[in-house]
Design a protein. Structure first.
Length: 241
């Protein structure tokens, strides 16, 4: 049974190494993904603001054109007023002039509204354009920089997995399955030492009889609290004697 526990301990060491390698790989890929996400976010905002700017510019030009046309019409109507000879026509022309004035006032308001925020929008577009250009350069550099590191990590992961397979094939299938479940649920610690009557995995006191049985190494024992595989090592003083 001690040999079986030793194999589990070896497996745990390998699994921890494998977990660290995979986390490193994920972390490296995460840095590049973050740059990609930032660039995508900048591009999305830039596209939105650019389209918005185009629409507002087009609307402003239309309003300016209509305003100019309205001023011409007002001048023409006013010139006609001087030639009117009856009250009915005078009232009609006066009404038309007032209506044109109201339309021009509305257009002037729209123009002023469209101009509000134009400077801030232009500055933001410039900022985003520069940030996106820099982001693309940074992304290319990061991808080139981590390429070799990623390949090395993948190679190490492949080697570690092969080493794991060699150890795992000598472990009972049922025990291996239980070990893997505990390893995933207990933060990578599936095998823990029993010392002084206590499980060093969860720090809970063990029943005295169980602790005695663990020291005999006659079978595999599990902590009643955290379910970790327990093993016992004699104190250094006892080993020396």
């Amino acid at each position: 049974m001690r040999e079986e526990i030793n194999r589990l301990m070896d497996l745990q060491v390998i699994d921890r190494q494998l977990k660290e390698l995979e986390q490193s790989l994920t972390s490296i890929a995460g840095r590049v993904d973050q740059l990609r996400d930032e660039n995508k976010s900048h591009q999305t905002e830039l596209d939105r603001l650019t389209e918005q700017d185009k629409e507002i510019t087009a609307a402003r030009k239309k309003a300016e054109r209509e305003l100019a046309e309205g001023e011409v019409r007002i001048r023409n109507k006013r010139m006609r007023l001087t030639l009117v000879r009856n009250d009915k026509e005078l009232q009609a022309l006066t009404h038309e002039v007032e209506s044109l004035k109201e339309t021009n006032q509305r257009l002037e308001t729209e123009l002023l509204t469209s101009m509000e925020g134009a400077d801030a929008r232009t500055a933001r577009i410039k900022e985003l354009t520069e940030a996106l250009a820099k982001g693309k350069v940074d992304l290319t550099a990061a991808e080139r920089e981590i390429a070799a590191e990623v390949e090395e990590l993948k190679g190490n992961i492949a080697k570690t997995r092969k080493a794991r397979e060699k150890v795992a094939e000598n472990v009972d299938a049922g025990l291996l399955s239980r070990y893997q479940m505990i390893f995933s649920r207990r933060a990578g610690v599936a095998v823990a030492k029993a010392t002084g009557g206590t499980c060093q995995g969860c720090r809970m006191r063990l029943p005295p009889q169980l602790y005695n049985e663990i020291q005999k190494h006659l079978q595999i024992h599990f902590c009643p609290n955290c379910q970790r595989v327990l093993y016992y090592e004699e104190p250094a003083a006892e080993k020396a004697s």
